[in-house]
Design a protein around this ligand. Structure first.
Ligand code: 5GP
Length: 190
């Protein structure tokens, strides 16, 4: 059966393991493509421009907003993040499984513009586990972690509005579940 192009919007609290899950799904689903967002935040150690994000100045980001270059954009924590429109369109038109890894505000903005997209929430087993994961990452100060926990509580309250939820309790199991969900959508006909 022919596969059709789909758009998946993946969100969930910072520390839920979205990035790791998505990277693993890429290795299992052949025609998946992940959008690289633009951001005004500084790169973390090990992050590369054009790979993890396009790291832009405030000025350049605002220019792209004014030119209508983003499918959506949002202020998250203390920085701006946006989904470049042209590349998403290109890959959807090519019939690929396009993944956006963005926050909840962005997810609902995309759903409004592209109602047939699939909203997938990556959940944590518990709020205590989330705090432990954020601390374990060791990249952020306690102040930043506290702010992220606050945002996480708001994000968790939006979970019912998503089409599908994957609890990242075990990386291998959660990868299988997300890959299987994408495969099902890709194989169903519109
Ligand atoms: P981080 O700074 O930890 O990489 O990401 C912080 C938050 O920004 C995460 O919740 C992530 O999903 C979100 N985010 C990343 N890219 C985008 C984007 O293009 N648009 C929106 N709305 N959120 C994004």
């Amino acid at each position: 059966m022919a596969r059709r192009g789909n758009l998946y919007v993946i969100s969930g609290p910072s520390g839920a393991g979205k990035g790791t899950l998505v990277a693993r799904v890429l290795g299992r689903v052949p025609d998946c493509w992940v959008s690289v967002s633009a951001t005004t935040r500084a790169p973390r150690p090990g992050e590369e421009d054009g790979v993890h994000y396009f790291f832009l100045s405030e000025e350049r980001f605002e220019e792209l907003v004014a030119q209508g270059g983003f499918l959506e954009w949002a202020q998250v924590h203390s920085a701006k993040y946006g989904t470049p429109l042209a590349s998403v369109r290109e890959h959807m038109d090519a019939g690929e499984q396009v993944i956006l890894e963005i926050d909840v505000q962005g997810a609902f903005a995309v759903k409004e513009k592209i109602p047939e997209c699939h909203l997938v929430f990556i959940d944590v087993p518990s709020i205590e586990e989330l705090l432990a994961r954020l601390r374990g990452r060791g990249t952020e100060s306690e102040d930043v972690i506290a702010a992220r926990m606050e945002v996480a509580r708001v994000e968790l309250s939006q979970k019912e509005r998503y089409d599908y939820t994957v609890v990242n309790d075990d990386l291998e199991r959660a990868t299988e579940e997300l890959a299987a969900y994408i495969e099902r959508q890709a194989q169903s006909r519109s």
